[in-house]
Design a protein around this ligand. Sequence first.
Ligand SMILES: [Zn+2]
Ligand SMILES: [Zn+2]
Length: 203
Amino acid sequence: MHYCPNSSYRWHRKEVHSARAMAEEETSCLFCQISKDPASTHTDLLYSDESVVAFQDIKPAAFRHYLVIPVQHIPTTRDLRRRSEDYQLVSHMLSVGQNLLFKDAPSSKTEFGFHQPPFNSVNHLHLHCLALPFIPRWKFTKYWASGSDGRFVVANKLLKRIKPDEIQAETGSVSQDLSEPSNLKRIKKFPARLFHWNRRSAA
Ligand SMILES: [Zn+2]
Ligand SMILES: [Zn+2]
């Protein structure tokens, strides 16, 4: 059981997800398999670095529909915290998705966001990157951020939620950079050392 309706769940993740439970979840996780051994899953990666990989959604709902996932097994948006490492990771995922769609669908309207539990299909964090139109047209309901049930949260809104104070204090914040279509050089320039942390050993 991955989703616990108890609202205190998010504050007690460590107890619920013991190291062993997390390890078991990882070995049975399709997205972990894709990020660690894409060939075994017959997945063509559109992009990869040491912290994220990107590939096409297996059931595309739009003209272009990509997923960007962290290499590390993070189950859902509920497992993200207001802290620099999570903020940097989601910023990087968004930047990668923006670059891919800017390259592959330069004239399309785009949307970027996450399904929130229990509406997420796979328990491994994944950013939906959509270049419109939706195909078929009614598919937009699944990715409709203004719905009151909160099933889909747009990436910038999630970033606001997990933005730590020290980043807010900086001038020229990351989110301002992200509002413009970023260029492909940004991916290469991204400092890899930011992702040499180990979530489970972190306090
Ligand atoms: Zn996983
Ligand atoms: Zn999803």
